[in-house]
Design a protein around this ligand. Structure first.
Ligand code: AN0
Ligand code: CP
Length: 316
């Protein structure tokens, strides 16, 4: 039973869902009648390449019709606060907007990034939860203020495909970036990896530890090279600070993943959710090497989305 797909809590057994994604990959059109006369609505409050195309394609493979709407300029500016006098620049309240989308769609995907200004509000997931509450339809999280579960499912599928050890050492490493980014991808990655039996290490600068409820049982180190020793997978990602909420890193250390650091690993595979800044997050020679599995990882987004939408359709 999958009503919504908001976090790992909706996944049931993680490896079973990964296996369902593998079945979709092996036989993509076996359920092409399942979504007949059903409509998937994809709502984007922020830009996207992979999530938009993979989720759309997944719904098409299941026989659904798909409508995509960008609120980045095309929709009315949405008010998300309760009880306000709407005499400013916000034309429509999220209560009506979500309810109206629910009138037209059978399943709703939503992308809505955090403000990175107000931690309590971001971590309350007020926008995602408003869609759950007011649309009255199953909601798929396409990256919210605190999570990106479709990405994490695709990441574990990719690790399962490429691992050579039964219990691989997986390292989530912070890397440099010129802008403040959400914690959603690393939060989710940690939350999902914590549901596996992998050896899991997170490396990040001081002040950049993830929220404890996401880091969970991971080993945390502030020394990147120590983390890389013996690693089977290097998963790079920048995030802004949780503790000094939304702040960027102004330290002097270089956290870019390069060939020298990769030499410390056990011939590790390189992963990143993309989009990635070359020669800031990762050097050209690493991202272009045969150890880089970023394109296969992005490809797996399709099968992750298809497994999730299929589960929602069969649960309705
Ligand atoms: C976004 C983030 O870091 O959350 C989306 C990643 C999938 N990345 C950027 O904004 C560059
Ligand atoms: N990885 C990912 O979610 O990419 P997009 O932001 O392009 O959808």
């Amino acid at each position: 039973m999958m009503k919504h797909f908001l976090s790992v809590k909706d996944a049931g057994d993680v490896i079973s869902l990964v296996n369902e994604a593998r079945e979709c990959k092996a036989d993509p059109y076996v359920n092409s009648e399942l979504g007949k006369n059903k409509t998937m609505g994809l709502i984007f409050m922020n830009p996207s390449l992979r999530t938009r195309l993979s989720t759309q394609k997944a719904a098409i493979n299941l026989g659904m019709d798909v409508m995509v709407m960008n609120f980045t300029g095309e929709g009315w500016a949405l008010e998300t606060n309760e009880g306000v006098v709407m005499n400013g620049d916000k034309a429509e309240h999220i209560k009506e907007a979500a309810a109206v989308v629910g009138e037209y769609c059978d399943v709703i995907g939503l992308r809505s990034f955090p403000s990175l200004v107000d931690r309590e509000r971001d971590y309350s997931e007020n926008i995602l939860n408003a869609f759950v509450r007011y649309s009255d339809k199953p909601v798929v999280n396409m990256e919210s203020a605190t999570r990106h579960p479709l990405q994490s499912l695709a990441d574990i599928l990719t690790i399962e495909e490429f691992k050579t050890a039964k219990r691989p050492k997986v390292v989530l490493t912070w890397a440099n970036h010129p802008r403040a980014l959400p914690q959603s991808v690393p939060n989710s990655f940690a939350e999902w990896i914590n549901q596996t039996d992998y050896d899991f290490v997170i490396a990040n600068p001081e002040g950049f530890d993830l929220a404890p409820e996401f880091a969970g049982k991971a080993k945390i180190t502030h020394r990147q090279e120590e983390a890389f020793e013996g690693a089977d997978f290097i998963y790079a990602k920048n995030w802004s600070s949780y503790h000094h909420y939304g702040e960027r890193y102004y330290g002097k250390e270089n956290w870019m993943v390069d060939q020298e650091k990769m030499k410390l690993t056990n011939n590790a595979r390189f992963m990143h959710c993309l989009p990635v800044r070359r020669n800031v997050i990762v050097s050209d020679d690493v991202i272009d090497s045969e150890h880089s599995i970023i394109i296969q990882e992005a490809g797996n987004r399709l099968w992750a989305a298809q497994a999730v939408i299929k589960e929602i359709l069969v649960s309705k």
